[in-house]
Design a protein around this ligand. Structure first.
Ligand SMILES: C[S@@+](CC[C@H](N)C(=O)[O-])C[C@H]1O[C@@H](n2cnc3c(N)ncnc32)[C@H](O)[C@@H]1O
Length: 427
């Protein structure tokens, strides 16, 4: 029972010291885990015991040589080696799922490089190249400590109560709920009353809601990864939380936009833009979709279509279309759309232009998602050949382009609206 960790390092003492405290020390005493430290330097065959050398092709720093590492590995039989792990900032990211997978192994061998890394050819002897996070540290030893703790505590008997493992962050889809202990009142900060109620079902619900809230706020990526196992009520709660964070408006400008020659023109409204953009806006909870055109005939055309579906025959024929088209507001000038949003929102308004090009004020989707949590956003889309300079100058930010995978870069504006909205709000 338990795991034997083989640690290959030029500083095995770092890990040796680490495992001599607290629960790992006790786990060792109970034979639930054991350790075998191999100093890579001991496996050098040369007189000077040199473990590193300069990189081929030039570059800074030194590289751990392959021979002593492979000699150290070969000193273990296949059975006593088990799965071989190489710690590397370039590896797959370590997580609870991987810890769970590795906990059932009898032996794990962890290679801890130093310097600028290790000779690439060592990877031919490796089962997993693992990173502990998106940052660079000075050597693999701390990473080995992280792996040892995360894996060992999943072995029955290592942590006191198995319950404490079951309900932790990452064991489930959601991160752990907030925890409190005595005193009840700390510097005026009180423990939530519900936790003192003794009503277990309500406490459980409160904890679940908080778990979802924290995960949506800090790690939506975890939810996205494991979406398929969410139940209906969890999905509804997540949607509600994302919608609470964002207040987004969309404007589709038909003037002032550019034509092929870069001249300022006014473009015609298309029927499909009216319907498709309204439908995507309604689906993602966009507050309003402004169609902006100064042309009275175009305005009348748009209003006729909208009224047909919201008040006329279309309303009975397809009630869901009425629901979508209700989100549209037709404005003569962009300024009117801006003023309308300002009258509706309590937040600061940020104007965000969209374009296939990069500008000084271009921001990424991730930056926009952060900005959107504290501000109302008006996403501005241009028809024709895009927004005029006058409009781009007005923007607080320009959003990075959508990059396709080929040299063809001619999305319809309604496709761009859909992709952009999904990248901001989709999960
Ligand atoms: C200074 S780092 C080398 C970084 C390497 N030049 C790079 O850019 O990826 C030295 C060693 O520390 C370990 N290390 C650094 N960051 C790590 C991380 N995020 N996860 C796991 N190991 C890491 C690796 O073993 C790495 O070979």
């Amino acid at each position: 029972m338990g795991i034997t960790f083989n640690i290959l390092s030029i500083f095995p003492e770092i890990v040796e010291c680490f495992v001599n405290y607290s629960l790992l020390k006790r786990a060792k005493e109970k034979n639930l885990v054991s350790f075998n430290f191999l100093n890579i330097r001991d496996f050098c065959k040369d007189k000077h015991k040199q473990v590193d050398d300069v990189p081929y092709g030039g570059g800074s720093g030194m590289i751990l040589k392959p021979e002593p590492v492979i000699n150290a590995l070969s000193s273990l039989t296949d059975e006593k080696k088990g799965k071989v792990i190489l710690l590397s900032a370039k590896g797959i990211k370590f997580n609870q799922e991987l810890a769970n997978k590795l906990k059932d192994e009898k032996y794990l061998t962890i290679i801890c490089p130093r310097y600028e890394g290790i000779d690439e050819r060592v990877k031919n002897w490796v089962d997993y190249e693992i990173s502990i996070g998106d940052y660079v540290i000075m050597g693999g030893e701390v990473g080995a400590c992280v792996l040892i703790e995360a894996i060992s505590r999943l072995i029955p008997g290592v942590v006191g109560k198995e319950e404490s493992i079951k309900y932790e962050s990452f064991q489930d889809i959601f991160l752990e709920y907030p925890q409190y202990t005595r005193p009840f009142d700390f510097n005026g900060l009180k423990v939530p009353e519900i936790l003192l109620s003794g009503h277990h079902r309500n406490i459980e619900k409160w904890r679940k809601d908080k778990s979802i809230e924290i995960t949506v706020k800090n790690r939506l990526d975890l939810i996205i990864e494991r979406k398929r196992i969410l139940d209906r009520s969890e999905i509804e709660k997540i949607k509600e939380l994302i919608l609470k964070d964002y207040e987004i408006y969309v404007a589709l400008l038909h003037y002032p936009v550019l034509n092929k020659k870069g001249e300022i023109v006014s473009t015609a409204i298309t029927h499909m833009d009216i319907h498709d953009i309204a439908r995507v806006c309604r689906t993602y909870g966009i507050k309003k979709y402004y169609i902006v055109t100064p042309d009275s005939e175009q305005i009348n055309y748009a209003l006729r279509v909208i009224r047909h579906w919201t008040e006329g025959y279309g309303k009975e024929f397809n009630p869901s279309r009425k629901e979508a088209l209700k989100v549209i507001d037709v404005k003569k000038y962009f300024e009117e759309a801006i003023n309308d949003v300002k009258s509706l929102t309590k937040r600061n308004l940020k104007l965000v232009g969209t374009s296939a090009k990069i500008y000084k004020k271009t921001i990424t989707f991730s930056q926009l998602k952060e900005i959107g949590k504290n501000n109302a956003l008006l996403l501005v889309f241009g028809t024709g050949w895009g927004l005029s300079n006058e409009i781009k100058d007005k923007m607080d930010y320009m959003l990075e382009p959508i990059y396709g995978l080929t040299d063809f870069n001619h999305l319809s504006v309604r496709s761009a609206v859909s992709i952009i909205i999904d990248r901001i709000l989709g999960f």
